[in-house]
Design a protein around this ligand. Structure first.
Ligand SMILES: [Fe+2]
Ligand SMILES: [Fe+2]
Length: 282
């Protein structure tokens, strides 16, 4: 795979909370952006625990985990910058949601098994892999006329999520589904449990944060503006119901393997702009 860490230069200073023409879409992404700020540093801790338990002969996997950690540590830093800019525009409660999620994850580190945390991590990563496909194949209408810096944050992040989509899945299988029983019980049922757990847990946060942001916005709106906002929310819900959820359901299939997901056209070409040119061979 040969994954690398990329360093995009994104100008967050001028991003408005309503950075896309469909403001419900922009606000939903703004709520979603809170998630990686605590989850990705936590993922790094979990993978550092997992790497110690890898059997001999897992060199390739160790390399992939190192690249994964490098990518995630850039992601959450960029989202923290973005989140600060958004929260300052009248959404003071967002950091409290973030803190609460960070506390939940801390609780997992103290009270739950590594197996649970890796299954949860794989569920989180599955959300990113699905989003990677959607940002490159289905999002054009929603991002037309949107702020290019906000779009860059998401496209860069979701493309790298797509790129490293297999890492948590593979490490979970390497550690927990080597026997036949492990393949059936852990490799399927436990993995699906972790996946559903992560999705419900994180969707819960996204939903509450989104509802809060909508409430804040509506306070200053006229009746016409509120009606237009409600139409945007309906359009967003339709989009998610039609595009996002059917993709997620594939994760529940016994033969699901993120490595076999077809690469969305243009995804790696897009990432190339953030890569340093190859140094000339001496
Ligand atoms: Fe990430
Ligand atoms: Fe990731």
């Amino acid at each position: 795979m040969g994954m690398i860490v990329r360093y995009p230069r994104i100008d967050f200073s001028k991003i408005r909370a309503h950075w896309a023409p469909n403001i419900a879409f922009a606000q939903f992404q703004n709520a979603t952006s809170i998630i990686p700020a605590p989850v990705e540093p936590w993922l790094i801790k979990v993978l550092n625990q997992a790497i110690d338990r890898l059997p001999a002969g897992s060199e390739k996997m160790r390399e992939d985990v190192a690249a994964f950690i490098g990518q995630e540590s850039q992601h959450f830093r960029q989202h923290q910058k973005f989140n600060k800019v958004i929260a300052a525009q009248g959404y003071e409660r967002l950091p409290a949601f973030e803190k609460q999620l960070a506390d939940d994850l801390d609780g997992f580190l103290k009270n739950r098994s590594l197996k649970f945390m890796l299954a949860y991590a794989d569920g989180f990563e599955a959300l990113g892999a699905v989003q990677g496909g959607i940002w490159f194949e289905r999002m054009d209408a929603l991002i037309e006329g949107a702020d290019p810096n906000a779009v860059m944050l998401w496209k860069w992040h979701m493309a790298e999520e797509f790129e490293h989509r297999e890492v948590c899945f593979q490490i979970f299988h390497r550690l927990y589904s080597r026997s036949l029983w492990g393949k059936i019980w852990n490799g399927y049922f436990y993995r699906v449990y972790g996946c559903l757990y992560a999705m419900a847990h994180l969707r819960g946060y996204m939903g509450r944060m989104f509802a809060y942001m909508v409430e804040q916005d509506k306070q200053g709106m006229t009746e016409d503006e509120k009606a237009a906002f409600d139409r945007d929310i309906k359009a967003l819900n339709r989009f998610q119901g039609r595009v996002f959820f059917p993709q997620l359901l594939k994760n529940l299939l016994p033969w699901y393997n993120p490595g076999r997901k077809p690469v969305p056209p243009g995804l790696f070409d897009y990432l190339r702009q953030f890569e340093k040119p190859e140094p000339l061979a001496a």
